[in-house]
Each structure stands twice: as structure tokens, then as C-alpha cells.
Design a protein around this ligand. Structure first.
Ligand SMILES: [Zn+2]
Length: 204
């Protein structure tokens, strides 16, 4: 099953995961998965800085270890980071012990955060309990599908702009699958979200 907008029945099955952050301030939450990526992360940071927007970057431990200067810049510019496992593991294919130890390995690199997002959104109930001893698990309300091979600009834009509402957590990807489509469209999407009167908050 693939959803742009996370359906309510899924939110009800996993009520202790954070799918959105309801508020009456028209505040929404921008997030990027799979950072850091040399060059592309800097492109994203430059864009966000030019629009005065803050975001949360769910970072992979392995690449964070390799590019600490990118992580420093994300933090220094006022954005937040989150743990996205060390090896970008799919929770469905790993037992609790190995999954948790991969998250712990990432925590040694990114020790400052209490936010976690499971790669591919895949996670089991018994993993959730263990992870929640240390982390808030941040899912999403809107998946842009920026990573999909056949996505085009108008579909990407409508996925986000037709579904955004106060409290939405939106996911984009800081990886090579999404780089081209985001470089073409992200600025326009963020400007249109601002035109609709939304403000960008930080997940905490
Ligand atoms: Zn990911």
C-alpha cells in the first residue's frame, strides 16, 4: 500500500508514533531523510536559509560519520537532526537486538537528538517499545514521493500542496534519487506553502 497522506486507520494502529503535530498556528514541519549527502545537503541548506525556513534532517549514522562537517552545518544553521539508524536498516528484516544496536551505533555519532525515524517507515511494535525508551518516533503526515522513479513535477507539487494542513509533517529525501526533482521543484513548493500562510516549525 502506498499513501501520499497517511490514512487515519494507520495512525490509529500506531497511536504512540508521531504522525503530525496538531496546532492552531498554521505551523507545519519540514523533514528530510537520508542526510547527509555531499553537495545536495548544502544545496538544501542554502535554499532553506534563503527562505528563512528551518527543518529536521533524519541522518544516517554511517554517512554522518564520514561527513561531520555537513552535520555541523545543519546544526549551526538552527535545524534539527534525528537518528535514522547507522546503516539505513529496514526494521522488517531485522530482529530487535540487531536493529536496536544499529540505532545505538548511530547514537554514538549523533548523540544530541531524541528524535528517531525508521528507514522506509518500517518498524514493529516490539521495536517501537524499545526505541521509545530513548527516542520520540517521528513518522509523517505527507510523503512527497520525491524518491519515486516516475514522479513528475506536477505530481510532486500536488502531493504536497493539495494535502498540507496545519500540523503536517512533510517528508522529502536528501539522496540521489530525489536530487533532480527537488532541485527543480523544492523552492517553488516551499514558496507556495508560505503563500498559503503556513509557517515552518521545528519538531521537538
Ligand atoms: Zn531513509
Amino acid at each position: 500500500m502506498q499513501f501520499v497522506k497517511t490514512p487515519n486507520f494507520i495512525k490509529r494502529v500506531f497511536p504512540n508514533l508521531i504522525w503530525d503535530i496538531p496546532n492552531n498556528k498554521k505551523e507545519i514541519y519540514l523533514s528530510f531523510d537520508d542526510s547527509p549527502t555531499p553537495e545536495f545537503t548544502y544545496w538544501i541548506l542554502n535554499l532553506l536559509s534563503s527562505l528563512n525556513i528551518k527543518a529536521t534532517f533524519f541522518c544516517v549514522g554511517k554517512t554522518s560519520e564520514r561527513y561531520p562537517e555537513i552535520i555541523d552545518r545543519i546544526i549551526n544553521e538552527g535545524h534539527k537532526i534525528g537518528n535514522h539508524t547507522y546503516s539505513h536498516l529496514n526494521g522488517c528484516y531485522h530482529k530487535v537486538e540487531s536493529y536496536i544496536s544499529d540505532i545505538e551505533r548511530c547514537r554514538k555519532v549523533l548523540s544530541e537528538t531524541n528524535l528517531f525515524r525508521p528507514p522506509y517507515g518500517k518498524i514493529y511494535t516490539w521495536q517501537i517499545r524499545k526505541i521509545q525508551e530513548r527516542y520520540k518516533i517521528i513518522m509523517w503526515d505527507i510523503l512527497s514521493y520525491d524518491f519515486e522513479r516516475n514522479i513528475n513535477s506536477s505530481k510532486l507539487k500536488s502531493n504536497v500542496l493539495n494535502n498540507v494542513k496545519s500540523g503536517s509533517i512533510i517528508v522529502f529525501h536528501d539522496n540521489e534519487n530525489s536530487e533532480k526533482i527537488l532541485k527543480e521543484n523544492l523552492k517553488d513548493i516551499l514558496l507556495k506553502i508560505q503563500e498559503k500562510g503556513f509557517v515552518f516549525g521545528l519538531i521537538s
